[in-house]
Design a protein around this ligand. Structure first.
Ligand SMILES: Cc1cc2nc3c(=O)[nH]c(=O)nc-3n(C[C@H](O)[C@H](O)[C@H](O)COP(=O)(O)OP(=O)(O)OC[C@H]3O[C@@H](n4cnc5c(N)ncnc54)[C@H](O)[C@@H]3O)c2cc1C
Length: 524
């Protein structure tokens, strides 16, 4: 596969010879394994890219997109390439790797940062913390592009205090699928990006909405993001890679792990913590994660976990982890610790020891280890709703998951990973699945779970699933529309009539199901 020679020469002229390549080895390096392989998309949907290009400026991005439109070349943007959707799915496609666009600037007084798509959270966070500020880092870690994350996800336990990610998006520069630049918020009226809502157009809910377009609606080349006041003490990096963490200044930041008598007590205590307006993050801990954290190797994990499976009476499903931060003073933390203690006494919570540091949510990156246990991992559901619906949703998935266990790992009916947002006014659920992706039959069965069974469950329960929400069965159900998918098609056709921006986004899962003989797609 390669692009026509004429096109290749034009691309070389745009970015320079060093930043465009059709070398099969380079293109192969952009071909993903991991997550995409686990969910089966790789077998039936992915195509190797014909060419990779690395622009440095917005003008270069515009010129590349205009060339793509002139010669009908499908293109896929990628910022940090963690997510499966940044793989090319059409023959003779171009990958636009945005990592050279790494502008980073902080406006300390008005508390925002300006980033290009090549900037990752760890970089922004380090600079923000030096100025007594912070940004909410996704639960999966700080290794991902701030821009890519905020236009597709932005889910973090730290959203407990600062809420929905779309609100952190301020002035934004967006190259549309036809190559024209659109500036959102105050950027439209000048060079100051401090405001997302205006006075220029606020199209953040077309750009991002619930979970964005996954490269299907052009390229964001610059974004201002809201930063928040933090506490002033330094978090010290300790350990040797891969076992590193940021040590907490415990007079200002402290974890509290409680084992609750049952799930009911856990949920009620969580609500009460939110009502008391204390805490920086509150999350239920899936039992398996306790074992992942304890084990030093995959072998050790299985030894510990198998022992647990044989010892059901010691099964402790209800662990809650609370992070307190004394944002304003040490006294704030001490006050919140006393309130927390009172609440936990009421609900029978038992405090357990935990390491006082962070491996993921502040600046580090531990999400790669999520795969390590079995080699295959994917959450089949994610949901932002109420805490109550997160709990009920998790329990429902757990019930129907039994039919698929094995090949899914037996997690003792774990009802998922749920946490609170906006001081308990919102709940977040992620439903986890582990399996061995090297066993082909197991993979097909897991795909039946992921693509046939879960969308039906979503429609039945009224769950607007973050991970499947661009699948037509979910979008077309009466609970969400019923014609939500038609609106998405309309917007796509309007902005990108040639469907060159990362096709078949936004409906790649539907395309996969159509091609997979082992899937029924019998959602109605
Ligand atoms: C194991 C695991 C755990 C995770 N946990 C969390 C979590 O807890 N919370 C959370 O919020 N997220 C989580 N994520 C998602 C992760 O944060 C995303 O991967 C991140 O949001 C985007 O970074 P990326 O490297 O995947 O982006 P990329 O892979 O580069 O891109 C992701 C998508 O956006 C498109 N895209 C990339 N850059 C641009 C751009 N500049 N303009 C337009 N389109 C673009 C791409 O085409 C692609 O479709 C997790 C991911 C994994 C694999």
């Amino acid at each position: 596969m390669s692009l026509p020679e004429e096109v290749y020469h034009i691309l070389q002229k745009i970015v320079g010879k060093d930043y465009v390549s059709q070398d099969p080895v380079t293109c192969e390096a952009y071909y993903p394994t991991g997550h995409g392989k686990d969910t089966g998309l790789e077998r039936l949907l992915y195509e190797k890219a014909a060419c990779v290009i690395l622009p440095k400026t917005t003008q270069e991005v515009q010129e590349i997109i205009k060339v793509a439109n002139r010669f009908n070349i499908p293109y896929t943007p990628g910022s940090t390439f963690w997510f499966i959707t940044c793989q090319t799915k059409a023959p003779n496609s171009l990958i636009i790797d945005l990592k050279r666009m790494n502008e980073l600037f902080i406006e300390e007084k008005n508390m925002y940062g300006v980033v290009g798509p090549g900037v990752v959270y760890s970089q922004l966070q380090e600079e923000a913390m030096k100025r007594g500020l912070y940004i909410t880092v996704p639960g999966g870690g700080g290794q991902v592009s701030v821009v890519a994350n905020l236009i597709t996800a932005g889910w973090s336990p730290l959203n407990y205090r600062v809420g929905m990610p779309s609100r952190r998006i301020l002035g934004t520069e967006w190259v549309l699928p036809d190559g024209e630049v659109l500036e959102l918020g105050s950027l439209a009226m000048g060079s100051n990006p401090f405001w997302g809502e205006g006075p220029g157009p606020d199209l953040r809910f077309i750009l991002k909405g619930y979970s964005g377009w996954f490269g299907g609606l052009g390229i964001v080349t610059k974004m201002a993001v809201k930063l928040f006041p933090f506490q002033p003490e330094r978090l010290k990096p300790v350990g040797v890679s891969p076992n590193t963490m940021l040590e907490f200044p415990t007079q200002r930041m402290r974890w509290f792990n409680y084992y609750m008598p049952d799930s009911k007590a856990l949920v009620e205590a969580m609500y009460e913590i939110g009502q008391a307006y204390i805490g920086a993050a509150i999350t239920k801990v899936p039992l398996m994660w306790r074992f992942v954290a304890k084990a030093n190797s995959r072998g050790e994990f299985w030894e510990l976990w198998n022992k647990q499976l044989g010892n059901i009476q010691e099964f402790y499903p209800a662990i809650v982890r609370v992070l307190l931060i004394g944002y304003t003073s040490e006294e704030q933390l001490e006050y919140e610790a006393r309130v927390l203690d009172d609440i936990m006494k009421e609900y029978g919570g038992e405090l357990h020891r935990t390491r006082q540091g962070d491996e993921s949510w502040i600046k580090n990156a531990d999400s790669a280890t999520m795969w390590a246990v079995t080699g295959g991992y994917a959450s089949c559901a994610g949901m932002i709703d109420t805490v109550d619906s997160a709990v009920k949703g998790g329990e429902y998935y757990a019930k129907i998951k039994r039919k698929f266990t094995p090949p899914l790992v037996d997690d003792l009916g774990e009802p998922g990973w749920f946490q609170m947002g906006e001081f308990g006014h919102m709940g977040y659920l992620e439903f986890l699945n582990y399996w061995d992706p090297d066993e082909i039959e197991a993979r097909e069965r897991v795909e039946q779970w992921y693509f046939d069974e879960v969308p039906k469950a979503d429609a039945r329960m009224g769950i607007y699933n973050l991970f499947q929400c661009q699948m037509i069965p979910v979008l077309s159900t009466v609970k969400f529309g019923p014609n939500h998918h038609l609106w998405m098609e309309k917007i796509k056709n309007l902005f990108d009539p040639k469907h060159l921006s990362n096709p078949p986004a936004p409906f790649e899962f539907d395309e996969f199901v159509k091609r997979a003989k082992h899937l029924k797609g019998d959602w109605d």
